[in-house]
Design a protein around this ligand. Sequence first.
Ligand code: NAI
Ligand code: 15L
Length: 272
Amino acid sequence: MTEKRVKKLLVTGAAGGIGRTIRTMLEPVAETLRLSDRAGLGEAAAHEEIIYCELTDKDAVEALVAGCDGIVHLGGQSVEADWQTVRDSNIEGLYNLYEAARIHQVKRILFASSNHVIGYYPQSQLLDAQTPPRPDGLYGVSKAFGEALASLYHDKFGIETAIVRIGSCFPEPVDHRMLATWLHAEDFVSLIECMFEASRLGCPIIYGVSDNDVVWWDNRQVAYLGWKPKHSSAIFKQILDEKMERPHKDAAVSVYQGGVFTEHPIMQRDEK
Ligand code: NAI
Ligand code: 15L
């Protein structure tokens, strides 16, 4: 990227696993990074601003978004939990974010959706951007809400969102399922670059996955973004085969795209 298209990029959830990993890699994307979370973010580098913010606090979120021209929204509940926890961060918090974006005329957002929006599809089925949600829990339902909210703010207000159904963004795959779902952090960052560089983004659904040998998701409908993941989970296959037995073919982790998330109960507040 030669000229930085984004002047001030807000990254929510910057203290989380993905946020911490990509923080230093985002420097080429924007002139200034505004990093936000409710958890610790350390010291700000020269090109960074740090603002602590609870996403459920509408006024605080409105102030957080002021002055930004792009958002990477990673903040929120990132695994299955009780309804109140999911609702607060992923429904209320997301609504606050889109309202703030509308008020401050932020035109482009990346929404970190999840493969758990489509977790109940079988691993044998190839999905694409037209595939409707089939969530595997309340967390997946909240991400489906987020996808719908992004669509509404696109149609009504012209705010463009890259809805990224992230697979598994970790340093390496930790089980056989992740050979299909793995997303290398560098590939995620190159997607962020592409979505802010594109002359027209729209509101596409993009599967956030590296160039793995095992393929469940078809990104051809977003080829116009020019995103080409460079990494593959294939190099981890032998290590995984040596480290652990393949799960039984009838186990949820072998049958469903969302794996063990399909087995979680509807959690109550005191059993997180
Ligand atoms: P994480 O749980 O490590 O980080 C999420 C961050 O959001 C945390 O630092 C937390 O403090 C913050 N947060 C949560 N609720 C908040 C609130 N109400 N107000 C302010 N901050 C709040 O999650 P991770 O792995 O970094 O994922 C980032 C995003 O990507 C999440 O939205 C997650 O759902 C999504 N995602 C991640 C995947 C992965 O493989 N890591 C896969 C699919 C989706
Ligand atoms: C997710 O949505 C979670 O945020 C992450 O922690 C992993 O569980 C990932 O999906 C996955 O399915 O591997």
